[in-house]
Design a protein around this ligand. Structure first.
Ligand code: ATP
Ligand code: MG
Length: 362
């Protein structure tokens, strides 16, 4: 998968930009606060209209403009796609984020997931190691959504059922036939939740050998990373049994305390919990291992290597780790941002400069 061109209009601090990345490495350089991450985020938006910084519609539209438009041309082994993402401010009563692919209206931008595939690393993703389980679940869910369109439906159904059950738990004593209703929710949640969890477990098991070997290579064979999924049920205790067993606790808490929405996976560095043990550079290496393994997994599953989007990736890494990463960027389309373009001097990447939202090719 490659991006051949992106036109940006009124996105963040970028009034208008034309970006034609190379087939391998492209560097977007510039000083702090100039719009490098904004451009990388604009590329990521083509994967399904989501920001990797979790921003609201209005924040994506350039101040003073009515809407933002991103038009990308992607190419995979079999075809070229023209993807157009329009961002309007849904909170102002407009349509929000919508997409067109090859001129055909596809409705909500999230519906085009899988059309253009990318893997993004942003400094905020360091929370994959240090932060709460939510970020780790999102990592698995986002990867699965890009790979399998039916996974989005399963995820939405679990999220909806959990929200509905939470509402019932809060109103339990005021709701007629609440116990029977709760039985119905429990069965539906156990069924959908088991499917969701098994999909996540299978995916993590599939990319795990790559996660471990990439980490071993980044650290030059000096450290080992281990990954362990923490499922919401076991072979001995199926999800329905577990949910039934905690009904009293759920009622007291007013929300579902067991289910796929509470799952997690642990990362161990040389046998110790990476959350409390890993240094800054080691955390970065662990997150990069997850992201590079996600890309390698996508290539194995779909035959297409996703475009790599790496925001400020080399900082905090020692020379050996930087050299390893630069070597991984060969032969795959990779777009990186950097304040210091000299870090990429030894590569023959294409270089763009971003200054106050204005992009120019060097
Ligand atoms: N909707 C918007 N309208 C106008 N400007 C915006 C909007 N959203 C963000 N900006 C501005 O975009 C600027 C650049 O942001 P960006 O994160 O891309 O910088 P950067 O070049 O990646 O910097 P750094 O090197 O510090 O990471 C910020 O100063 C921010 O104020
Ligand atoms: Mg930035």
């Amino acid at each position: 998968m490659i991006l051949t061109h992106l036109s940006v209009r009124d996105y963040r601090n970028i009034p208008a930009a034309e970006f034609s990345p190379g087939r391998e490495l492209t560097v977007i350089c510039g000083q702090n606060g100039q719009g490098k991450t904004n451009l990388l985020e604009a590329v990521w938006m083509l994967t399904g209209g989501k920001s990797f910084r979790g921003s609201k519609d209005a924040e994506l539209i350039r101040e003073g403009a009515g809407f933002a438009v991103l038009e990308g041309v992607s190419q995979n082994q079999t075809r070229e796609n023209n993807i157009r993402i329009l961002v309007a401010d849904a909170s102002a009563g407009k349509k929000g984020r919508s997409a067109r692919v090859n001129g055909v209206d596809r409705g909500r931008a999230s519906s085009i997931a899988g059309t253009f595939t990318a893997v993004v690393f942003a400094p905020g993703h360091l929370s994959l190691v240090k932060g709460g389980p939510d970020g780790r679940r999102k990592f698995l869910d986002a990867a699965l959504c890009q790979l399998y369109p039916d996974y989005i439906k399963l995820l939405r159904s679990c999220t909806r059922l959990t929200a509905q059950k939470n509402a019932l738990l809060k109103q339990y004593y005021q709701t007629p036939d609440a116990a029977e209703l709760l039985d119905v929710f429990d069965e539906k949640l156990a069924d959908a939740g088991t499917q969701l969890s098994l999909r996540r477990q299978a995916y993590l098991a599939q990319i795990k050998p790559d996660i471990l070997s990439i980490y071993r290579d980044i650290s030059n064979g000096k450290e080992t990373l281990e990954v362990q999924y923490e499922a919401c049920f076991t072979a001995d205790e199926p999800l329905l049994e577990r949910i039934r067993a905690v009904r009293g606790r759920d009622l007291a808490a007013g929300f579902c305390t067991v289910g796929p929405h509470r799952e997690d996976f642990s990362l161990f560095l040389d046998g110790r919990d990476a959350k409390s043990f890993a240094s800054q550079g080691q955390q970065r290496s662990a997150v990069l291992s997850l992201k590079l393994a996600e890309a390698a997994g996508a290539q194995k599953i779909t035959g297409e290597h996703p475009v790599m989007l790496l925001d400020d990736v080399l900082s905090e890494l020692d020379d050996a780790r930087q050299a390893y990463l630069l070597s991984r960027m060969e032969h795959r389309q990779t777009i990186v941002t950097a304040c210091d373009a000299s870090l990429f001097a030894k590569t023959d990447g294409k270089v763009y400069r971003m200054e106050s939202g204005v992009l120019s090719e060097c």
